[in-house]
Design a protein around this ligand. Structure first.
Ligand code: ATP
Ligand code: MN
Ligand code: MN
Length: 349
């Protein structure tokens, strides 16, 4: 299952700083990210080519400097291994607009800030294959993820650094981010359903791990008794899933969100707890803070907060934390974002 968020995009390097004791490298700031780059690469031209070999971009530390990403100059896009692309610019200064022309098809590819270059570069999300669990069972999925629900996803704080100021007055709940697989159970107009992150599953197919686990927990009965159009979203954790970092011997489905189908919105933390109490579903995500504000914290300080021990397992570093506003935002849902622990990322790989 793949996520559809952009993995490569056009962005401005807002800062370039030296790294103490390093002659060959320096650190670039892109949005809220720190990326180690070759020294001088962004001041004068260095002949760089789009790599034809596969490599994985992960969180690393170089000379004590964390690096989370990979930068290439726009001119490097002209070295595309399968396409004849040429770079053009229109306008001047602030108004300057860059684009690529495909010399064979004459297609124009915009390089405006934020443009998604994931498919152009051919970059894919690295996923550890889950072993011993079947997200869809023998009978295959029932179909696509229902359009009346929303897929679970959280944006990293580094991609929205302005939150530290624009959401300065907003009150947040902070919960632990669990490392497993997203599973949604819903009840709509008398019908019960189960979904993996991207698909709807067959509720009668016990060979699909999420279906088997939720059947064992009696989730269908609980939702039918509640009899309102609602979806519970939780993390399936346990043997065979994402390295089972909590060392569980059997599966758990830990609910982190409740979605109100008829209102087309997520609940606030208070509403979520009330509904889960009413449904009588006990396994819920650990809440670290009920009421938290940025209070002048920088992106770096928020990311630092993600570091810590999991509430689920003694001595295990947690994956991270998720922030959800306690009031509804402008779009009608609580505002949410995540911070992933760099200690966890550096240990994991
Ligand atoms: P990435 O996409 O960064 O590789 P990922 O697959 O874990 O990682 P993310 O987009 O990072 O997905 O994070 C969102 C996911 O986190 C959700 O799909 C959900 O399954 C999971 N999650 C775990 N704990 C929580 C929580 N407390 N609140 C919300 N989502 C959570
Ligand atoms: Mn994601
Ligand atoms: Mn995950």
């Amino acid at each position: 299952e793949s996520s559809d968020r952009p993995l490569a995009y056009v962005q401005i390097i807002s800062d370039l700083k030296p790294i103490e004791g390093a002659d060959m490298i320096e650190v670039a700031t892109v949005l809220g990210w720190q990326v180690v780059v070759k020294k001088g690469q962004y001041e004068f031209f260095i002949d760089d080519k789009l790599d034809r070999n596969n490599f994985r971009i992960k969180t690393i530390k170089l000379r004590g400097q964390i690096s989370q990403g990979y930068c290439i100059r726009l001119t490097t896009l002209e070295t595309h291994p399968h396409r004849r692309l040429t770079l053009h610019s229109d306008g001047t200064g602030e108004e300057k607009h860059h684009y690529l022309t495909d010399e064979d098809t004459k297609e124009q590819i915009s390089l405006a800030i934020g443009s998604d270059l994931t498919s152009l570069i051919g970059i894919k999300k690295y996923e550890i294959p889950d072993v011993g669990v079947r997200l869809a069972g023998n009978a295959g999925p029932r179909g696509n993820f229902p359009s009346f629900l929303r897929k679970t996803d959280q944006e990293r704080i580094q991609n929205n650094p302005h939150y530290t100021t624009s959401l300065a007055d907003v009150d947040f709940e902070v919960s632990e981010k669990l490392e497993g697989s997203s599973v949604t159970a819903f009840y709509k107009d008398g019908k019960y359903g189960v979904c993996s992150r991207n698909l709807e599953l067959r509720t009668d197919d016990d060979t699909a791990t999420p279906v088997r686990v939720l059947n064992g927990l009696g989730v269908g009965e609980l939702l039918s008794k509640y009899a309102k159009n609602v979806a519970l979203q939780g993390e399936l954790i346990g043997p065979g899933i994402q390295k089972n970092i909590y060392n569980l011997t059997s599966h758990r489905w830990v609910v982190f969100d409740v979605y109100l189908i008829d209102h087309e919105r997520y609940t606030t933390a208070a509403e979520r707890i009330e509904i889960l109490n009413e449904i009588n579903y006990p396994d819920r995500v650990p809440v670290l803070e009920k009421s938290w504000k940025f209070g002048g914290k920088t992106v770096g300080e928020v990311v630092k907060m993600a570091e810590g021990i999991s509430a689920l397992k003694k001595g295990q570093q947690r994956e991270g934390i998720v922030f959800k506003s306690n009031s509804l935002g402008r779009r009608g849902d609580p505002v949410s974002f995540k911070a992933i622990s760099n200690v966890y990322l550096l240990k994991q790989q």
